[in-house]
Design a protein around this ligand. Structure first.
Ligand code: NAD
Length: 492
């Protein structure tokens, strides 16, 4: 690569200047070792560019910068001013939507139209938390005539944030919004598969007037930079989104180091339940969106589809017909719904699951092959007649593959729906309000959708039951995860 800290990148929709360095203490730098790694375009399997790679020493430098800002400039910044900076950052996301979306489509492979939706949600999230910044306060608590008690909601401190590749900028905003609103500083590591948009967004932090050291964005790998964040003695909290396997290692690292606070947003294998009385066309449209949106690369993907026996055959035929309309191909084409999977590793994992499904006795209804000759494209794939013990019914595939099973009774489907170690999301499709409420209340999941799917809003909390996570993101709930309550008791 060139020795420069930026490079010009041409995408099919725009040409822009891409920062390549680690963004630490308000500057782009090459890192202590000057090491770089390539990021690959999943549509054509060719390198886009190389970015600088953070190692443990760079993490340490970033943490020191975040600590200095926390105790210095950020502590002196009024909450309302923090809020204005987040709102300015949100405006800049909107102004740069064409560039940010093009970067996501290039680096991640998501359809440009969907990437634009992500950026809109990201800016909405930043603005929402900007609004919260000056509304965080404690309480006066009366106990007895001789004391005066009050609570303060103080920032947790320096927050390490580790994000995945499936929604690079949306996860960036979900993490940075509540952390900054509550007065924390951050060291955020992007996923190694998708480092580009997070770095570009760092330039917008600068433009929004966020002081040096408050937001540090580093590119790097999980086992080195990610692990260094999780075990760092001066990081007060880690917020992680990714696989359950890595979530466990983060908890272990926190336990072995300084008992830093940990919030985890992990995987899922979410049941999507369609009752006989559902509006079938409406249900199919949401079931299709539930599994194939973002190429199946959603932690809350509705990958286990339970259909009641009275509509089972009709459902499968109509669902296949609906799926055939999903346009798979070039993320930059206007009508594309599904682009490539993010990486060769993910492509191979998914194809292995498809092979396993074919060999396990499930019925392949449609798909099951790669799409095209180059790029990590996979056909939308539907298996029916899938039993509970099959791997494709139990393990998170994280691709455009779903497993359908038939059920007879409500009790049976609630039992099956809950037979998983995960508990991130679930959905119920029915026109009977009593069924909707009974089943929603019985499913062990952090989010239950009724007659819809994948509807997320920054005002509404999101997170997992069971092994799908710890803590909640979004809404007022996220603020609690970025603050610690201090009780002050004064003797009068
Ligand atoms: P991952 O969990 O390995 O990676 C997610 C993030 O964690 C990345 O930034 C990565 O660099 C970092 N990381 C990896 N190992 C780490 C470690 N030891 N310490 C600290 N940080 C570490 O996920 P993946 O390998 O990219 O994908 C594998 C599977 O994870 C997927 O197939 C899917 O099942 C799941 N996943 C879930 C989500 C989600 O939103 N819940 C997102 C991405 C992946």
């Amino acid at each position: 690569m060139s020795d420069s800290l930026t490079t010009k990148i041409e995408t099919p929709s725009i040409t822009y200047e891409q920062p390549l360095g680690l963004y630490i203490d308000g500057k782009f730098v090459k890192g202590t070792e000057g090491k770089t790694f390539e990021t690959i375009n999943p549509s054509n399997e060719k390198p886009i560019t190389s970015v600088y790679e953070a190692g443990p020493e760079d993490v340490d430098i970033a943490v020191k910068a975040a600590r200095k800002a926390l105790n210095g400039v950020w502590a002196q910044t009024m909450p309302s001013v923090r809020g204005q900076m987040l709102m300015k950052l949100a405006d800049l996301f909107d102004e740069h939507i064409d560039t940010l979306a093009a970067i996501e489509s290039l680096d991640n492979g998501k359809a440009l139209s969907m990437a634009k939706v992500d950026i809109g949600l990201a800016s909405g999230c930043l603005r929402y938390y900007g609004g919260w910044a000056d509304k965080i306060h404690g309480k006066v608590i009366d106990t007895d005539p001789e004391t005066f008690n009050y609570t303060r909601h103080e920032p947790v401190g320096v927050c390490g944030q580790i994000i995945p590749w499936n929604f690079p900028l949306l996860m960036w905003a979900w993490k940075i919004g509540p952390a900054l609103a509550t007065g924390n500083t951050v060291v955020l590591k992007t996923a190694e598969q998708t480092p580009l948009s997070g770095l570009y967004a760092a330039t917008l932090c600068e433009k929004a007037g966020i002081p040096a050291g408050v937001v540090n964005i580093i590119s790097g790998f999980g086992k080195t930079a990610g692990a260094a964040i999780a075990s760092h003695m001066d990081v007060d909290k880690v917020a992680f989104t990714g696989s359950t396997v890595v979530g466990r290692t983060i908890l272990q690292a926190a336990a072995k180091s300084n008992l830093k606070k940990v919030t985890l947003e992990l995987g899922g294998k979410s049941p999507n339940i369609v009752f006989n009385d559902a509006n079938i066309e409406d249900a199919i449209s949401w079931v299709n969106f539930g599994i194939f949106f973002n190429h199946g690369q959603c932690c809350c993907a509705g990958s286990r589809i339970y259909v009641q026996s009275g509509i089972y055959d009709k459902f499968i035929e109509s669902f296949k017909a609906r799926t055939a309309k999903n346009v798979v191909g070039d993320p930059f084409a206007a009508d594309t719904f599904q682009g490539p999977q993010v990486s060769k590793l993910q492509f191979d994992r998914i194809m292995n699951y498809i092979q396993n499904g074919k060999e396990s006795g499930a019925k392949l209804e449609t798909g099951g092959e790669r799409h095209g000759q180059e790029g990590y494209f996979i056909q939308p794939t539907i298996f029916s007649g899938v039993s509970e013990d099959m791997k494709i019914m139990q393990e998170e595939i994280f691709g455009p593959v779903c497993a359908i099973s038939k059920f007879e009774t409500e009790d049976e489907v609630i039992k099956k729906g809950n037979e998983t170690t995960y508990g991130l999301a679930a959905a119920v499709h029915t026109t009977d309000l009593n069924t909707a409420i009974r089943v929603s209340n019985s499913l062990k999941a952090g989010t239950v959708w009724v007659n819809c799917y994948n509807m997320l809003s920054y005002q509404v909390p999101f997170g997992g039951f069971k092994e799908s996570g710890i803590g909640r993101e979004l809404g007022k709930y996220a603020l609690a995860n970025y603050t610690q309550v201090k009780s002050v008791r004064m003797r009068l």
